[in-house]
Design a protein around this ligand. Structure first.
Ligand SMILES: NC(=O)c1ccc[n+]([C@@H]2O[C@H](COP(=O)([O-])OP(=O)(O)OC[C@H]3O[C@@H](n4cnc5c(N)ncnc54)[C@H](O)[C@@H]3O)[C@@H](O)[C@H]2O)c1
Length: 328
């Protein structure tokens, strides 16, 4: 089996999960890592016996790679993906695609023109529990979706700054919105997405902060309706997941942690729960590697697919930007 040469840009929390998964695969060599904080890049390079860069574009331009992972904060997207496109280098990118829509749309255009293989870290799509829900709802369409991302404020400095993270809906609740699209279908018209937010004060330096809590309402092409609540004021993760209700059933899908999910199905015959410790990060990495190696075709979120979710998240985050010019 040909060994795959990989690089990873960003060596923070989620990069640690990807690097652990990637280095556990027998056909993978992590040959280079980059982080703009030199000590972090050096620590990851030493742990993986890889070359070290402080600029991800340098890494892309200097190394002979089969694929690269971009695990950087939302504001850091753009020039990394442009470099990968220039070098025809397949890339895996963590969600969200960017802190804004314009950057993601620009990169999507470049990726499409280049016909580049991509994957995006909407890891719920790789859960067997989600496959079960997809099979369940196939001939029993949901009528109602209720989603939640009720959590603490992540401790990384960029997260609370809306101009850097994009906001909670773009940065976290996007997972729930992605599942909503997967399981219920497309939202009818992004201009019909309604949001109410509270705690929208600016920071001490006047920088716009992420709202403390928000609620959005959605209508789907199928006729289903939905609401999704988000908050960042809890002492720890409180509830992350969604509930689907249809004729004679309720399905509850919950993420307690990245490797701890639960599905509860209630029908006329009773309630059954299933908890699973599958590692969806390893699963999405394996699927992308197999696609890169030409051995598989199971990438469940390409850049183009993720752009639809990102557009929905951006529409919910900034509804005033959904209005057409002249209020049409
Ligand atoms: N799929 C998931 O469930 C999941 C979970 C956590 C984070 N994420 C996503 O992963 C991304 C990173 O999150 P994190 O928690 O790892 O953040 P983090 O702050 O822990 O790590 C980000 C790293 O990127 C580095 N960095 C910043 N700008 C850079 C640049 N231009 N070039 C190179 N390195 C740069 C930082 O120094 C830092 O080490 C976010 O978009 C986040 O939404 C996804």
């Amino acid at each position: 089996m040909r060994r795959l040469r990989l690089g990873c840009v960003g060596t923070g929390f989620i990069a640690g999960k990807h690097l652990a998964a990637l280095s556990s695969f027998e056909d993978v060599d992590v040959v280079a890592v980059a982080d703009n904080v030199e000590e972090r890049a050096a620590a990851a390079a030493s742990a993986h016996d890889a070359r070290c860069y402080t600029d991800g574009v340098d890494l892309v331009e200097s190394e002979d790679l089969d694929a690269v992972w971009f695990c950087v904060p939302p504001f850091a997207h753009g020039r990394l993906e442009e470099a990968a496109v220039r070098h025809e280098l397949p890339f895996f990118v963590e969600k969200p695609l960017a802190h804004d829509l314009i950057t993601a749309e620009r990169i999507a255009g470049l990726v499409k023109s280049a016909g580049l293989l991509t994957a995006v870290g909407y890891h719920w799509r790789y859960l067997d529990l989600v496959k079960k829900v997809q099979a369940f709802v196939q001939d029993r369409p949901p009528l109602l979706l209720t989603g939640h991302w009720l959590d603490s404020t992540p401790p990384v400095p960029w997260w609370v700054r809306r101009g850097q993270s994009g906001g909670q809906l773009v940065e976290q609740t996007t997972h729930v919105l992605d599942l909503a699209r997967l399981l219920v279908g497309e939202v009818t018209d992004l201009r019909s997405v309604h949001v109410q937010a509270t705690g929208v004060d600016g920071g001490q330096d006047g920088e716009e902060l992420v709202p403390l809590a928000s609620a959005i309402s959605l209508r789907f092409d199928s006729g289903a309706v939905g609401s999704v609540s988000s908050a960042r004021v809890l002492p720890a993760r409180h509830r992350v997941g969604l509930q689907l209700v249809g004729e004679g059933y309720a399905l509850d899908l919950t993420e307690r942690a990245i490797v701890d999910h639960e599905l509860t199905v209630t029908t006329a015959t009773g309630t059954v729960s299933e908890r699973c410790a599958q590692d969806p990060i390893a699963a999405e990495d394996r699927a992308f590697l197999d696609a890169v190696a030409g051995r598989g075709d199971d990438v469940r979120s390409s850049y183009a697919e993720a752009l639809r979710t990102h557009s929905l998240a951006c529409a919910a985050e900034r509804p005033s930007e959904n209005e057409e010019p002249n209020g049409a």
